[in-house]
Design a protein around this ligand. Sequence first.
Ligand code: S3P
Length: 188
Amino acid sequence: MATPQNIALIGYMGVGKSTVGRALSHKLHCGFYDTDEIIVQETGKSIEKIFDDDGEATFRKKETEVLKEILNAPAENGRVIACGGGLPLSKENQQLLKDNCFTVELICSDDVIAERIEADGTVRPLLAKLSSHEALLKEISKMKMTRRFYYESAADIKVETDILDMDDVLDSIMLFGEMWQNRRDRMV
Ligand code: S3P
């Protein structure tokens, strides 16, 4: 059974894309790429500062550039890519994922997302100005609704990260990834 060359993790903020991605890349002995981390490295600015100084549109352009760079970089053993939460919203990025990746949407409940976002210390500009837990929950629920179509059309499978433990999450991704790759191989 073959593992896909590129496994992309997508989904709303706080679902665990970076944590799962890092663990998956260890298990598969392949490269790990986090689009947000690479943007910060390449620009020398935090995501928050990019949004403040240059605006969201500039950040989104950079996101596409970085996704292309990752996909074009040499990777003998394959790649796991943790995508920023808004990356699958653009048509161009959707196509890049479709053409090049086994794409997994990570999902979890609004409550768990809110708790993780409040606890992990990362400033997320699109949620930063909310003043209470209730306001955060409301915004999460609203944004998830407006984004649902994009995540669902980009994803090959969905995996829950609040009900399953880490080993089950990784096993599910690897099992379905092999099935996806085998079907692809049969089609060419
Ligand atoms: C965003 C998600 C963030 C980051 C930026 C915008 C979004 O990444 O790219 O704050 O639009 O959902 P995470 O999903 O890793 O938090």
